[in-house]
Design a protein around this ligand. Structure first.
Ligand SMILES: Cc1cc2nc3c(=O)[nH]c(=O)nc-3n(C[C@H](O)[C@H](O)[C@H](O)COP(=O)(O)OP(=O)(O)OC[C@H]3O[C@@H](n4cnc5c(N)ncnc54)[C@H](O)[C@@H]3O)c2cc1C
Length: 366
């Protein structure tokens, strides 16, 4: 067997997408991860796919990824994103709609209260600004991860990377539990494991590590044919950063409040009880805002969040010789496009996304 040329560290959705994109262009690849692929930040059964972002470059990136999700889904024989759309309510709507209108490539429009109630009958009465992105929807996270892992076959190896060492000749030595090996390049997409590996070679992605909790609530009555995703920044129901996405089958809604409990660089939580408080607020929000759901959750998933300072959608790559270190948050929807851009960078091609930290891709408004 040919020696793999590129090592991908981490088998979350981003690492799997990088490896798949490298394979597409005939580059031999090895993906190293000590855990179950897709079980860290990429874990859980749904994510929101939305085009709406403050940064117009992210809207264009989301459009490119949406096309790739469709294309990869067709080739892998799975649905990758539901056709249910993504609804947003709150004061951010006019600003986000303006960015989408300028882009011109996204079927998004404002909703009046009657249209909103018809689209999302589970929601309590709401009269403020609302919109739908018809090309958004629920990402079929587990199907996507499973299909990419199957497509990559024995290129995915159960092993933990202890160090990534760029060499003077441009190659990269990867020290893993199962042995040390030299590759033409390495792409590190290790989620919360990226910053420690980067720091060891003098690179400092300014990642703020925090913990978050997301819960699953049953839909009352029969599962609806259509259950759009929801982002609520309105405050009308007592919270301003709520997101939700249906699980496959539309009988369950995965929902969280986009607040976190800070952690030190070593992962020590400042206030572990803060997660319980967040869980209680999440249930109370559902009781107020979503009478169409049972506010008794059927599940909860605690997870790490790795945000960059310029915004919750921020993403960038820090190079060190032949090694690339990716950091950011809210990356699931963008994974196919990031995979292609990182495959470009790893093979010396010009990437379609400007992922230099100075570009501050995904910057928040204002
Ligand atoms: C609750 C929640 C809700 C979210 N909602 C959305 C959403 O609606 N839409 C959206 O687009 N995004 C959303 N996100 C963000 C998105 O899920 C993540 O940005 C994305 O899954 C990150 O993928 P990743 O591959 O970079 O990281 P991960 O999935 O964390 O994968 C990293 C992998 O690296 C491995 N690893 C770590 N250290 C090492 C090492 N030393 N050696 C080898 N392997 C290592 C880990 O085991 C892991 O499998 C949400 C995230 C959370 C937590």
């Amino acid at each position: 067997m040919a020696t793999p040329e590129i090592a991908v560290v981490g088998a979350g959705i981003v690492g799997l997408s990088v490896a798949f994109a490298l394979r597409e262009r005939g580059v031999a690849v090895r993906v190293l991860d000590p855990g179950t692929p897709g079980n860290a930040q990429s874990g859980g059964a749904s994510r929101i796919f939305r085009h709406a972002h403050d940064d117009p470059r992210m809207v264009a990136a989301a459009r490119a990824s949406r096309l790739l999700w469709r294309e990869w889904g067709d080739r892998l024989g799975i649905e990758t994103v539901s056709g249910d759309g993504a609804v947003a309510i709150g004061d951010a709507v006019p600003r986000r709609l303006a960015v989408l209108r300028d882009d011109g490539g996204v079927p998004a429009r404002a909703l009046d209260p009657g249209e909103l109630a018809a689209l999302l009958p589970a929601l309590a009465a709401y009269e403020g600004p609302a919109m739908i992105d018809e090309a958004g929807g629920s990402i079929r996270t587990e199907a996507a991860v499973a299909a990419l892992v199957a497509a990559l076959g024995d290129a995915v190896v159960a092993d933990e990377v202890l160090a990534v060492r760029p060499r003077d000749d441009g190659r990269v030595e990867v020290v893993a539990g199962g042995g040390r090996r030299t590759y033409a390049g390495a792409v590190v997409c290790a989620g919360r494991g990226t910053a420690p590996l980067a720091r060891a070679v003098g690179v400092e992605p300014p990642v703020a590590l925090a913990a978050h909790i997301r819960m699953t609530f049953p839909v009352r009555g029969p599962a609806p044919d259509r259950l759009p995703c929801l982002q609520d920044s309105s405050g009308a129901f007592g919270e301003t950063g709520v997101y939700a996405a249906a699980l496959p089958g539309n009988g369950l809604y995965g929902l969280g409040i986009a607040e976190t409990v800070a952690a030190g660089a070593d992962g020590a939580l400042a206030d572990a009880a803060g997660l319980e408080a967040l869980a209680a607020r999440t249930c109370a929000y559902v009781a107020r805002a979503l009478p169409g759901l049972d506010p008794e959750p059927t599940g909860a998933r605690a997870c790490w969040v790795t945000e960059l300072p310029w915004g919750p959608d921020g993403v960038a790559v820090w190079p060190a010789g032949g090694a690339l270190f990716l950091a950011g948050h809210n990356l699931f929807k963008q994974a196919p496009g990031l995979g292609v851009a990182l495959a470009d960078m790893a093979t010396g091609a010009t990437p379609s996304l400007d992922l230099r930290p100075a570009a501050r891709l995904g910057a928040a408004a204002g």
